[in-house]
Write a protein that binds this ligand. Structure first.
Ligand SMILES: C[S@@+](CC[C@H](N)C(=O)[O-])C[C@H]1O[C@@H](n2cnc3c(N)ncnc32)[C@H](O)[C@@H]1O
Length: 400
């Protein structure tokens, strides 16, 4: 049956209506007319695949990646980039409207390279195959390269493939490749005994096996402008290095001189250290022990003396904190929990800068903050081109 696609859901899938029932169609775009097969029926919505496109949307393009429709890594590469950006703006606006009952006008998005931006990918391995799992299967789509990953990651994939072809009985399950100023590799395996052989084929700065340091240097460095961070394997760092500079500059612009700052979910101290020279004092809180060790080291490395760190859960470490002007929060996709929000409200900062990679949980949390805080500005940063994800920064100020 032929159907008109009328929009995209939060995951970028096409939306149509069949007999009045909302139907999601992966890889379909607003303006497409497609021939559909319903593949899954639910009470509230259906899922369908299309067999052919009768009329192409003006937003459609041929994806550059040969693995795109199977690989499961990206989901918007069939959409011209400027329309991907519009989709992300509309998605965040809709979330604010439907979840918070707040209309956002004039929402801007910052962006940069559409390809070669990712500094970290995790690939599955089976014998001599390496790649992502085909959507909802355990079949690996064997890749030679990944268009959204950095050039140096792609060079490393090539080296690893050569190694895998020589040693298919390698017992490797997954490989994480990070490209900061240098390459960091973590191999997941029940029994990896080919370290010497791996080293002959693959150039790396740091090698970990099952998150245990094995060879090279324990940490890699990454530069954001003149700031240098050292990062160990378990520590989080933003996946798009160029865009992180734009993101952190925006956060810094929204902090006034000589403020006291709380940097919650601080990772390796990256935001606190970036804004350090503008602030009076900063306290960072982070759950991962290794990241806090890196954070303390990074503060020294950059001669930031007005910062201290607490290792633990944000929600459990806010009781004794007071005299804070601005709280920066940058939680994982699940957002803030109620206890964290309650304690943030108790601290009564003048401003909250909420950095979120999931606008649904962001809006849920803003609902709990909006009695005392109003939104001054929201800005988007496309850290994840060709996927439906987008980083959203909300600047909130305390109501009088
Ligand atoms: C999205 S990252 C942000 C890190 C950092 N702000 C940055 O820009 O690199 C979220 C961080 O929160 C940490 N985390 C997760 N749950 C936490 C919790 N309950 N309390 C404190 N930190 C937590 C993670 O380990 C991770 O480092």
């Amino acid at each position: 049956m032929y159907s008109n696609i009328i929009g995209q859901n939060n995951e970028g899938e096409g939306i149509t209506k069949i007999n009045g029932i909302i139907t999601f169609v992966p890889f379909a775009l607003k303006g497409d007319i497609v021939n559909l097969n319903i593949i899954k029926k639910n009470k509230k919505y259906n899922y369908a695949n299309y067999t052919n496109v009768l009329q192409k949307s003006i937003e459609r393009k041929e994806p550059l990646c040969q693995y795109y429709y199977e690989c499961g890594g990206c989901n918007l590469m069939h959409q011209i980039y400027k329309y991907q950006l519009n989709f992300k703006i509309d998605k965040v606006k809709n979330n604010f409207k439907h979840i918070c009952n707040i209309e956002i006008n004039n929402l801007k998005i910052e962006y940069d390279n559409e390809y070669k931006y990712r500094n970290h990918i995790i690939l599955s391995v089976e014998k001599d195959k390496i790649g992502f799992y085909k959507n909802k299967t355990n079949q690996i789509i064997d890749i030679n390269s990944c268009l959204i990953a950095s050039e140096i990651i792609n060079k490393t994939i090539k080296d690893i493939k050569l190694f895998l072809s020589k040693y298919p009985n390698n017992n490797i399950k997954r490989i994480s490749i990070k490209s900061y100023d240098q390459i960091m590799i973590n191999i997941e395996s029940d029994n990896f005994i080919l370290i010497k052989e791996f080293k002959k084929y693959v150039n790396y700065h740091s090698l970990y096996i099952n998150n245990n340091f094995i060879d090279g240097k324990e940490k890699c460095t990454v530069h954001l402008k003149n700031i240098k961070y050292e990062i160990s394997n378990k520590s989080f760092f933003q996946k798009n290095t160029n865009m992180t500079i734009k993101l952190y500059d925006y956060i810094k612009d929204n902090i006034n001189k000589n403020e006291n700052i709380l940097d919650l979910y601080c990772g390796v101290g990256s935001i606190g250290i970036y804004v350090g020279d503008k602030c009076n004092k900063i306290v960072g809180i982070e759950i991962t022990k290794e990241a806090i060790i890196d954070a303390v080291y990074n503060a020294k490395l950059n001669n930031i003396k007005n910062i201290k760190f607490i290792c633990g859960k944000t929600e459990e470490n806010l009781d004794n904190i007071s005299n804070i002007d601005t709280i920066v929060v940058d939680p994982p996709r699940v957002g803030l929990n109620k206890k964290a929000i309650k304690n943030i409200n108790k601290i009564k900062p003048k401003k909250i800068i909420y950095v979120s990679c999931n606008s649904t949980t962001l809006c849920r949390d803003i609902n709990l903050l909006k009695e005392k805080y109003k939104i001054d500005e929201i800005k988007l940063f496309d850290l994840f081109p060709n996927t439906f994800h987008v980083e959203c920064v909300s600047v909130l100020s305390r109501k009088a």
